[in-house]
Every structure is written in C-alpha cells, then in structure tokens.
Write a new protein. Structure first.
Length: 560
C-alpha cells in the first residue's frame, strides 16, 4: 500500500513509534525482564492488592430488599454452584492466563468470613462449564447396526470436507488429544515436506444416540476450530472458529429409549493450538439439582455462583450462560426468594431470572483472590463501587450487532455497520433502554449531587460538582462526565470524557472538578485527517451512569 501510494509512509512510522516508545519508557530494552521463575509475587502486599482490586471492580447490579450486605441476623447460608468451589472461573484462557499459586476459593472464603455461628451449606448443583464425561459407546450406533457400537467417522485431508474421505471407521467415542492418525501413520492433514505446520483436516461423525432416561441432557464440545453438534436434527452445541481449545455446551430434552440422529461436524481451519476434539454429555441428574434446591430452602440466604469461560482465541456467539446454569438459578430462586447471584463472566449475559432473584453481583474474572474479594463485598466489609464498563443488552436482538454478518461474521468478513455508535453510544442514538446501562453500579449507601457549575471560555472549560454521602455507611461513588457534540461533528449523542472516584463517610461531601480542553472537544475529521474542534452547541452532563444524569448544562463554541 505504501509503494502504490495508498498509504503514506508516515502513518506506518507513527504506528511503529507508538509501539517502541512505551517499551523504552518502561526500560524494557535497557533492562530486560530477567524471567526469574523463583520470584515471589504472592507476598502479603501482593495478596492484599489483588484482593482490593477485585473487590473494587465488583459491580452490584441488583439489591432488592437490601438483602446485601449479609448481616449478623443471617444464621444459615446456602452456597451453590460448581463455580463456588476450586473450579471457580477467575481468569481468561490464553496469554491472559497466569499461574495461581493459591486460589482463594469462594466457598472457603464465605465460611471463614461467616464464622462458626453461621451454618454454611454447600451444594454443587451442576457439573460446571468444563468438558463433560465422554458419551459411552453403548448408547451410540452407526447408521448400520452391523457396524458395532459408536459413530461412523469420515476423515478428510481438507478443512472443508471436500474430496473423498481418507479414513472411514467406527469411533466408539469422540475423545482425541490430537489429530486422528490416518492409514499413512501420521497425523491427518500433516502432509509431507514443505506442508503447513498446522494440520488442516475435517471430519464428520454420524449415527444415532439412544438416551437411557427421559429428561434434559447436556452436551459439550472441547476443541479448537469449528464444531457443531446436532442431536435429533437440532443444533445443540456450536463452537465457531476458536483459535485455541475452548469448551461449549448445550441442552436438549430427550425421551428414554427413543433413538435419535446425532451428527458432529468439525473443521480445524481456524485452530492454532491444540489438535484434538472431545465430545461429552451429562444425562439427567435430578439428585444434583434437588440437593441445591433443598439447601436453598433451608437457608436464610442462597448464593449461586455461575460463570462463563472466555479466552483471546474465541468469540462468544450467545448471551446465555453455558450449560444448565440458568436452570439452576431459577430452581434455587423458586425455593428461596432471598437468592443472590454472583457472576464470574467477562461480558454481558442474558438474565431470564432477573425478576426472581433478590441480588446480582458481577464479579468479572477476579483472579487469585476471588473468594476473599467476593466475600468482602457480600458481607459489607467493602462497599460495592464498581461501574459497568460495558452495556448489558436486554436480549441478543438489542445492540449494534444484531445479525450474523455484523457479528460474528461469515468467517471472512464482519460488517461494522454501527460506525461510531459503539456500545452505549448506539443505545443512546437509538433511544433504546438496555438491561443495565454503561456506567451503572449500585452501592450500599446513597449519594447526592449538588452545586453543579460550568465555567471557562472557548475550548477551555471547567466542570464542578459536589457529591455527598447521604447514607448511613461509608462508601465510594464514581462521578461521570459526558459530552454531547454539535450535530456537524457527526458524533454520538454523548460520550464519556472523564470520571472520578470519591470515598466518603456518612454526611461527608467533596467537590469533583473536570477539565474540558480542546482535545476533549475535538472530533476526528476523515477529510482533514486530523482532530478538529467544531463550532456549535456542546452539552455537558454529570451523573452516576450514562442513564442517571444528575446535572446538565451547555455552552457554545465559536467555529474554527
């Protein structure tokens, strides 16, 4: 593009400049990291900081009847969910994953904080979101019953099922840690000298599955690449274009002894690491769910931990919580109206149970101090002060990416039709009310805004607001500054331009000041190739979230 004149060389220079300068500024080139494997990064100071960061980042989304914080009146607590135990989801997979020397397990932390006078019961309620046990061969049958037990497998040396199968056989289970071995005694798709180091292959498994009992069955796929599992001609599990091995789950109701078709399609095309594929299932287990319901019914408060596991090499294609977790929450909430849901998720999730639970806390991926940080917020040792950095839509049909070509795309192209209306900007422009807006987050206390003022001239403005803790306990509030541009700028209705977190004791007040300079008042001009401050009317708003505006003013800026 540079040689053809489509791209000025200066743009590439600027990109390289922005990559190199931070490395020099941080001393990475002059003093490279030693990579000391014996470095102790779990000192008491590290642990305290990790706990503080996780607790401060937790967002309280709902708190009906002030069920939180948990008080001394609580004599029994039911902790429910696989995610409450040692399998808790506390970080992303891939490059963001680090070794945890000691995990603070949520169940253990709640028991420690509650003390010996509180009866803390535990019920797993679900097998969690990881790979499920392999489907036994005795419930699987190939298209021809004379072929034995298992599924008919057709393997292709291409990534798109093209050509003739290079291997056809009966597989008793789909449980491979690497690419299946072909009749040439080498990994399928590996090729010969000069072939790509990443094997490209695809496979198709077909047959029938005969469920032993009637009920809701859960299936899982674990692999890198693209895989789709169809049961009874319904798409039950989909894992689309994963760069690294991930697990996806789905549910379907099956009738005992009624054989139904089962088909799995797999392509390794997008897989970068890991060459295997595993398919598992969980037959109906009413005892596991009943134990969770019984514990909830006996407790003063029920706390359900749920999660989803994301990583850098995989995009989520659904807002639903994986597996049977929605079903678990609904069952527990029906047994105990004082149900608290703790979300360990990296992004918004659907909440069909929103109206049935008393409280919801988004804990994100809290890291090694997961349990202690969550317990500190649940029991009120830390006032929840986190605010949503994303918008939670009402459902999958709401938001700037509502059709397949907009997200996740067809595998080659993604259409960014929203333009500059990314995230909350789209909801504002379309006058849509989301489930939870950008910047939203509740507290155990209340805050009042007063004394709003806007001063300054030209492209230098100062915004001041006073915040008062009007509640009975100490807490923190995050004041947010939003700016609306003149119509000529072609910008979204409002954009976050600043935020300030203040810690206040009861009845304490503090002033917060924001500065708007020319950079804050500028919008990018594609025609001019630079940032420009447009003349016209600017709207200044200050509030507790993008939809909870407490003060508003405007000023006019002369044109350039």
């Amino acid at each position: 593009m540079i040689k053809s004149g489509q791209l000025p060389a200066g743009i590439l220079d600027e990109i390289v400049f922005r990559q190199l300068v931070p490395n020099f500024r941080l001393g990475i080139y002059d003093h490279p990291p030693s990579g000391n494997p014996d470095a102790n990064v779990s000192t008491q100071a590290h642990v305290h900081l990790a706990r503080e960061i996780a607790a401060d980042g937790a967002v309280l989304l709902k708190n009906s009847g002030n069920v939180l914080p948990l008080t001394a009146k609580i004599k029994s607590i039911a902790v429910i969910g696989d995610d409450a135990g040692p399998d808790a989801t506390v970080m992303e997979t891939g490059s963001a994953g680090v070794h945890v020397m000691h995990l603070s397990v949520p169940l253990e932390a709640i028991r420690a904080r509650a003390g010996s006078k509180v009866n803390v019961m535990y019920a797993r309620g679900t097998l969690g979101i990881g790979p499920l046990p392999a489907i036994p061969a005795d419930v699987l049958a190939p298209p021809s019953a004379r072929q034995g037990r298992g599924l008919l497998a057709r393997y292709y040396s291409s990534a798109d099922w093209s050509g003739e199968p290079v291997v056809t056989r009966i597989d008793p289970a789909i449980d491979f840690s690497g690419a299946p071995v072909s009749q040439f005694n080498r990994p399928l798709g590996a090729g010969g000298p000069g072939a790509p180091s990443r094997p490209l292959w695809s496979a198709l498994w077909t047959g029938t599955i005969t469920p032993p009992v009637t009920g809701l069955y859960r299936f899982s796929i674990t692999c890198g690449g693209t895989a789709q599992l169809f049961v009874d001609d319904k798409a039950v599990v989909s894992l689309m274009r994963a760069d690294f091995p991930m697990t996806s789950q789905g549910l379907i109701h099956l009738v005992a002894s009624r054989a139904v078709p089962i088909e799995l399609k797999y392509s390794s095309a997008s897989n970068l690491l890991g060459r295997g594929i595993k398919v598992g299932w969980q037959p109906p287990d009413p005892a596991m769910l009943s134990a969770a319901v019984d514990a909830a019914r006996k407790a003063d408060v029920a706390i359900v931990f749920v999660s989803e596991q994301m990583g850098e090499g995989h995009d989520d294609i659904s807002l639903q919580l994986p597996g049977d977790q929605d079903r678990l929450i609904e069952a527990v909430a029906n047994a105990n109206p004082r149900t608290v849901v703790v979300l360990n998720t990296s992004n918004p999730v659907a909440m069909p149970w929103l109206g049935r639970v008393a409280a919801i806390m988004e804990a994100w991926y809290p890291g090694q101090e997961a349990g202690a940080s969550i317990a500190s917020v649940l029991f009120g040792d830390v006032d929840p002060s986190g605010k949503l950095p994303v918008t939670f839509p009402r459902d999958a049909q709401q938001g700037p990416a509502r059709n397949f070509l907009e997200y996740p795309g067809d595998g080659h192209t993604v259409d960014f039709d929203e333009g500059v209306l990314v995230g909350y900007r789209w909801y504002d422009a379309e006058h849509e009310t989301p489930l939870f807006p950008f910047g939203f987050g509740l507290s155990y206390t209340t805050f009042k805004y007063s004394g709003f003022s806007l001063s300054g001239v030209g492209a230098n403005r100062s915004v001041r607001i006073e915040i008062t803790n009007a509640g009975a306990r100490a807490g923190a509030e995050v004041a947010q500054l939003y700016l609306g541009f003149p119509e000529e700028a072609g910008e979204p209705p409002r954009q976050l331009k600043g935020f300030e977190k203040v810690f206040l004791k009861p009845d304490e007040s503090r002033s917060v000041t924001f500065t708007l300079d020319r950079q804050a008042l500028s919008a990018w001009s594609a025609d001019a190739g630079e940032w420009q401050a447009y003349g016209g009317k600017y709207i200044v708003e200050v509030g507790s979230s993008s939809r909870d505006i407490r003060a508003k003013a405007s000023f006019t800026l002369a044109g350039p």
